[in-house]
Design a protein around this ligand. Sequence first.
Ligand SMILES: [Zn+2]
Length: 125
Amino acid sequence: MKITAKLNLGNSEYVFEVDERDEMDALHKAIVLTNPKTKCDSCANTDTTAFRFDTNKDKEGNTYNSVLCRKCGAKSPLGRYKTGGYFWKPFEKFIKTNPGTSNVPTQKQPEKPAFAQDGFSSDWA
Ligand SMILES: [Zn+2]
């Protein structure tokens, strides 16, 4: 089943093309990806124009995708279940770890959320 789903976030329009053999999987991806959290858990911002996608890769090659609240800098990472499927994590401010201190929260993301995956592509234009 093929689904084309659109999302307007910040000043960008994203068109997701989901193609999954299983209809529930196709719907799941399309629905989750086009429905990021609309309220920042950190500053209570609900202005969708103040959100934007953010992405980064680490040295191990893991890709992290998230929605960034531009008002406070908190991020809502896209998580992926080991059994398949996606979910948006709550907005949280990630503080860069300062070597030598142990009481600073570190960015823990054991999941490997990635847009690039078989049967799924996104148009970032
Ligand atoms: Zn915020």
